[in-house]
Ligand binder design. Sequence first.
Ligand SMILES: Nc1ncnc2c1ncn2[C@@H]1O[C@H](COP(=O)(O)OP(=O)(O)OP(=O)(O)O)[C@@H](O)[C@H]1O
Length: 269
Amino acid sequence: MDMHNKFIDINEVEMMFHTKKGSFHALRDINLTVQKGEFITLIGHSGCGKSTLLNLIAGLLKPSDGLLLCANREIAGPSPERSVVFQNHSLLPWLTCYENIFLGVERVFGATENRTQLRDRTRAALALVGLTAAESKRPNEISGGMKQRVGIARALAMEPKVLLMDEPFGALDALTRAHLQDELLKIVAKTESTVVMVTHDVDEAVLLSDRIVMMTNGPAATIGEILEVKLARPRERVALAQDARYSEYRTAVLEFLYRKQAHPAREAA
Ligand SMILES: Nc1ncnc2c1ncn2[C@@H]1O[C@H](COP(=O)(O)OP(=O)(O)OP(=O)(O)O)[C@@H](O)[C@H]1O
């Protein structure tokens, strides 16, 4: 039970970047625990350090101070147990959808499973995101939304303990985005995944999250407030649009972003 309560455990994390121009204090005093099966979104103004925090959980960055744990073990580097989906899909252009996913599957399970098992895992992942028919197409032959679905399938096929997503739908048009949010909700319900996702989109945050982690502005950004979204699942966007509680959650996030953390005109300085 205890492990479930603190599946990801972030303790007193600080992040400084050292550049030629000097040091930049990006994150301070970050404390957060994520439970198994929980869906967390990180929201905040541009440059506040959302990607930095996600990359720390991914193990792509090391904290300047503090400790990050996943399933009671220190996060010491990247691992397929914490797979990442980026905004720009990062598929290999010369491989088909099938091959892009197979590559990840082989990396994780290649040493312990035979070709048939690896193939079955790849096909199951393609089916999960509804792309069976596109398996032999290359990334330049499919739409942006389909590419993101392949990215999600590739991440999920590695059976990660945690799925980390950095604005996975940020580059998509509104309708495709809505469609993929709905699909992601179904997939996460089916796989019982633990997800940490960076977003700029308030509606996306409310629709998907169990908790919304709202970050203050940088430099030295930290967690300002955490909003628990107690809307029952499965969630259905059309019904929620008329739900008074949905509007309250939405307003609470907007209030935080545009009143409490109204963005200082740093660009103008
Ligand atoms: N490698 C780095 N070296 C120096 N500074 C960095 C580095 N990476 C990020 N930063 C700085 O840290 C701060 C946080 O960046 P980060 O990309 O995490 O913000 P973000 O909230 O994800 O932004 P956005 O919403 O615009 O993607 C920014 O001021 C950025 O310039």
